[in-house]
Design a protein around this ligand. Structure first.
Ligand code: IVH
Length: 695
C-alpha cells in the first residue's frame, strides 16, 4: 500500500470525537481527566483513602481512553491509560545497572545487630550513630529511572549488574507514577520492591485454583511470576504494588540523610513504606524493632524483617561496601512464624468452576495472633509431594500471612496409625463425575448441576464485576439452589415476586427489590453477561476485550481456535478454554435461554469505542530508537487508531516506522519496497487525520 492510500483513509475517517467534543475541548478535557485520575491513584495507593468507587474511576479512565482513541496525538506517555499494558514481548531486553544493585548482609538476633552498630561506630570513630529502621519488604527488587521527571526505564535486579528490562510491565503498576510530581531532578533512579498485596495474593490463588492452575506458594513468588510475564496485559491484571526506599544513579539529587531521601521520594509522588523509624542510636533502634514486630501484620505486604540504614548519607563513602553488600546497612530477619498441630481430617471443597480443593482440618492452634483451624493443601500433587497423611503432626505457616499452609510433616511423630489420603472419585457435593483436564493439576466436578459449583457461579454472576444484581446475595442464592428453584443462571430470570416472598427472612419489599434488580441486569453491558457466564480463564478484562472484538455471544461461540488466537491478547490457553466452553451443548442452551429472557448478548452502540480508526487494516512494523517515547507507546497509538503492529517486516507490512539507528528491518523494508516513515512523518500523519478535512 502506498503513502497516498494512507491519506485516503484519513480523509474518509470520521472527524467528530466522543460526545461531540472539538479537538481543543478534548485536549482540555483529557488534561483535566489525567490530573483527576492521577489524584485518585494517589489517594488510593499512597493515602489508602479512595474518594470514588472503582466503577467511577473506570468511567473516568474510559472517557480518557475514548478521547485518546479519537485524537491519538493527545495521548501522552504518562497518561493513566498507558497503565493497562502494551503488547506481549518475545523476550526481555537486558539492562545494565550503572550503579550495581547489591544486596544486604543479614542479622538474625540482637547481638548481631549490636555488633553491626559497633562496626559502624568504629569505622566512623563516633560514639553513637543515628539510623533509620524500615520494614523489609518481601518482594522483587527493581530499579526505576526517571529522566526529567518522566519514567523511562524499569529493570529487575538480575545478577546485580544486569537485569531484565521491565519497563512495559512496571508501567502497569497503578501506584507507580509515570511522571514525578514537583520539579524533578534531571535523573533519578529509584530502587524498591514490587509486591503483591496479601489480599490480592489470596484472590489470585483462588482464581488460579478455579482455573485449575497451580497456586503460588507465597506473595513473593506470585509477584516474581507476575513480573516475568512477557505480556504486560497479563501483568496489568495482577494488582502489583511497589514501595521505594533507595537510590541508584542520580543527577541533581543528593539528599543528606535517608530520612530526607524517603521524604523527597514521597514528595515526588512515589510510594514509600507506611512507617519508618528514625533512631538516634542503637537502643532506640531496638525499641523500633519491637514496634515493627508488633504492627507488621497490619501492613498490606509481607515483612520478613527490618532494614537498618545509617541515616547520614555523607558517611556512606566512608563506610564503603564489600563485594556483596554495603557496610552502612544491614537486614534483620524475624523468625518465620510457624506452629505445630495435628491434622485431624482432609475435606474437599468444590469451587465455582468445579475445581476440587483438599483442605486440612486442624486441631485449632494459635499462629501470628489468630487461631488457625484449616489450611489449604492446594491439590493432590501437593499432598503427595509432602506425604501428608490424616492424623499427622504438621508444621503450618502463614503463606502470605492470610492463608495458612501446611509446610511439612513431623515424620518423627508418626505412630503408624496415620492414613494416606485419596481424592474422591466423585464430587463430594453432588456425586457427579470428576476428571482431570489436560494441562491441569486439579480435579474438577464435571456436573453442571453441582449445587456447590452452582452457588459459587451464581455469586460470581450476580457480583459487581458481572451482572451486578442488587439483592441477590449469598443467603438468597443458598436458598434458591437448596429449594431447587434455580439450577442455572437462566432460571434467575424466571423467578417471580410471589415465589421470592416465601423465602426465609424475605418480605414483599425485598422480593420486589430483587425482581427489580434482576430486571435491571438484563440491560447490563454485553461484557458483563460474558463475564457472568463463568468461562474458565475469562476475567473481567478478557470479557471486555472479547466483547469489543466479537460484538455478540453468537460470534464468539462460532469463533474457531485460529480466529481466537489471532487476537493479540489471546493466547492458546485462553482460546482453548473458550472453545471448550462453547462446544458444550448445555452452554448453547444456556445462551439461548438468556437471550429469550432478554439478557444482553450483543454489544450495544453505547458500548463501542467511538472515534476514527484511520489506520484500520494497516500493518506497521517499528524499528530503531524513537525519540517521542518507548516503542510500545507508538504501538499503542497505532492500535488506538485501528492499525496493527507486527514484529517482523514481510510483504504484508504496509509501513515501517523507523527511528534512529534502524538496522536489518530497515534494509528488509527497502528490499521489499515497504514504505518507510520517519517518526516526524508518522506523527504528522496521525496529527492530520484528526483535523477535520473539509471535503
Ligand atoms: S535497601 C544497597 N531497604 O531486601 C542495598 N532493601 O535482603 C539497598 N529490601 O536487596 C537495599 N526492603 O531487595 C532496602 N526497606 C528496604 C528493603 C530492602 C526490602 C530488599 C532489597 C535488598 C534485600 C536485602
Amino acid at each position: 500500500m502506498s503513502t497516498q492510500n494512507l491519506f485516503r483513509k484519513e480523509a474518509t475517517s470520521a472527524a467528530a470525537g466522543p460526545a461531540g467534543l472539538t479537538r481543543v475541548a478534548a485536549g482540555r478535557r483529557a488534561a483535566a481527566l489525567r490530573a483527576e485520575l492521577a489524584e485518585h491513584n494517589r489517594r488510593y495507593y499512597i493515602e489508602a483513602q479512595p474518594t470514588i468507587s472503582d466503577r467511577a474511576y473506570d468511567a473516568l479512565l474510559a472517557e480518557l481512553g475514548a478521547i485518546e482513541a479519537a485524537w491519538p496525538e493527545l495521548a501522552t506517555p504518562d497518561s493513566p491509560t498507558q497503565l493497562v499494558g502494551g503488547a506481549p514481548l518475545k523476550a526481555f531486553a537486558t539492562v545494565t545497572h550503572r550503579v550495581p544493585m547489591i544486596s544486604l548482609a543479614n542479622t538474625y538476633d540482637r547481638a548481631e545487630l549490636r555488633a553491626f552498630d559497633q562496626r559502624v561506630r568504629k569505622a566512623l570513630g563516633a560514639r553513637s550513630c543515628g539510623y533509620v529502621l524500615e520494614p523489609k519488604i518481601d518482594g522483587v527488587a527493581v530499579a526505576v529511572r526517571y529522566e526529567e521527571g518522566i519514567m523511562t526505564q524499569a529493570a529487575s535486579r538480575g545478577d546485580g549488574r544486569q537485569g531484565d528490562d521491565l519497563t512495559a510491565n512496571l508501567r502497569t503498576l497503578r501506584d507507580l507514577p509515570l511522571r514525578l510530581a514537583g520539579p524533578p531532578p534531571p535523573l533519578l533512579e529509584v530502587r524498591g520492591e514490587v509486591f503483591l498485596p496479601r489480599a490480592a495474593f489470596a484472590r489470585l490463588n483462588v482464581q488460579r485454583q478455579d482455573d485449575g492452575l497451580e497456586p503460588f506458594a507465597n506473595p513473593r513468588n506470585a509477584a516474581a511470576g507476575s513480573l516475568k510475564q512477557l505480556d504486560p496485559r497479563e501483568v496489568a491484571r495482577r494488582p502489583l504494588a511497589i514501595i521505594l526506599y533507595a537510590l541508584g544513579e542520580t543527577e541533581g539529587f543528593a539528599p543528606a540523610t535517608q530520612v530526607a531521601l524517603l521524604e523527597a521520594l514521597k514528595a515526588f509522588g512515589l510510594p514509600i513504606a507506611p512507617r519508618y523509624w528514625p533512631c538516634a542510636d542503637i537502643s532506640a533502634l531496638e525499641a523500633a524493632l519491637d514496634e515493627l514486630d508488633a504492627i507488621r501484620h497490619e501492613f498490606p505486604f509481607d515483612t520478613d524483617g527490618a532494614v537498618i540504614k545509617v541515616n547520614e548519607r555523607d558517611w556512606y563513602p566512608l563506610l564503603g561496601a564489600t563485594a556483596k553488600s554495603p557496610r552502612w546497612a544491614v537486614a534483620f530477619k524475624f523468625e518465620p512464624e510457624r506452629a505445630e498441630t495435628r491434622l485431624n481430617a482432609i475435606t474437599v471443597q468444590v469451587g465455582r468452576t468445579g475445581v476440587l480443593t483438599p483442605v486440612a482440618e486442624l486441631e485449632p492452634v494459635l499462629l501470628s495472633g489468630s487461631t488457625v483451624r484449616r489450611a489449604t493443601l492446594h491439590n493432590e500433587a501437593e499432598i503427595q509431594r509432602k506425604d501428608i497423611r490424616i492424623g499427622d503432626r504438621v508444621r503450618i505457616e502463614k503463606a502470605g500471612e492470610v492463608i495458612p499452609a501446611v509446610v511439612e510433616v513431623v515424620t518423627a511423630a508418626r505412630t503408624g496409625a496415620e492414613q494416606v489420603f485419596q481424592m474422591p472419585t466423585s464430587c463430594p457435593e453432588c456425586g457427579g463425575p470428576v476428571a482431570r483436564r489436560a494441562d491441569e493439576v486439579a480435579l474438577r466436578c464435571e456436573s453442571l448441576q453441582c449445587p456447590a459449583q452452582l452457588k459459587r457461579w451464581l455469586r460470581h454472576a450476580a457480583g459487581r464485576q458481572a451482572l451486578d444484581i442488587e439483592g441477590l446475595g449469598e443467603s438468597v442464592i443458598e436458598q434458591l439452589v437448596d429449594q431447587g428453584w434455580v439450577r442455572g443462571l437462566a432460571d434467575i430470570y424466571e423467578l417471580t415476586a410471589e415465589r421470592l416472598a416465601t423465602l426465609d427472612r424475605f418480605g414483599e419489599t425485598s422480593a420486589a427489590n430483587l425482581v427489580a434488580g434482576i430486571a435491571a441486569s438484563r440491560g447490563q453491558a454485553f461484557w458483563r453477561t460474558l463475564h457472568a457466564l463463568g468461562i474458565p480463564q475469562v476475567g473481567a478484562t478478557s470479557a471486555q476485550l472479547l466483547a469489543r472484538h466479537f460484538g455478540s455471544l453468537d460470534e464468539l461461540a462460532a469463533a474457531d481456535q485460529e480466529t481466537l488466537e489471532q487476537i493479540p491478547q489471546v493466547g492458546p490457553t485462553l482460546a482453548t478454554a473458550i472453545r471448550a466452553f462453547f462446544a458444550d451443548p448445555r452452554r448453547q442452551e444456556l445462551i439461548a435461554r438468556l437471550r429469550a429472557a432478554g439478557v444482553t448478548t450483543r454489544q450495544q452502540e453505547t458500548d463501542r469505542p467511538r472515534g476514527p480508526q484511520p489506520l484500520a487494516g494497516l500493518t506497521f512494523v517499528l524499528t530503531g530508537t524513537l525519540a517521542g517515547g518507548p516503542r510500545e507507546y507508538f504501538a499503542e497509538r497505532i492500535r488506538a487508531a485501528g492499525g496493527q503492529v507486527s514484529s517482523s517486516v514481510s510483504a504484508k507490512t504496509d509501513y515501517l516506522l523507523a527511528g534512529e539507528n534502524a538496522g536489518s528491518k530497515l534494509a528488509k523494508a527497502r528490499k521489499l519496497n515497504v514504505p518507510v516513515l520517519t517518526e516526524a512523518e508518522f506523527l504528522d500523519r496521525i496529527q492530520d487525520q484528526s483535523v477535520p478535512t473539509p471535503e
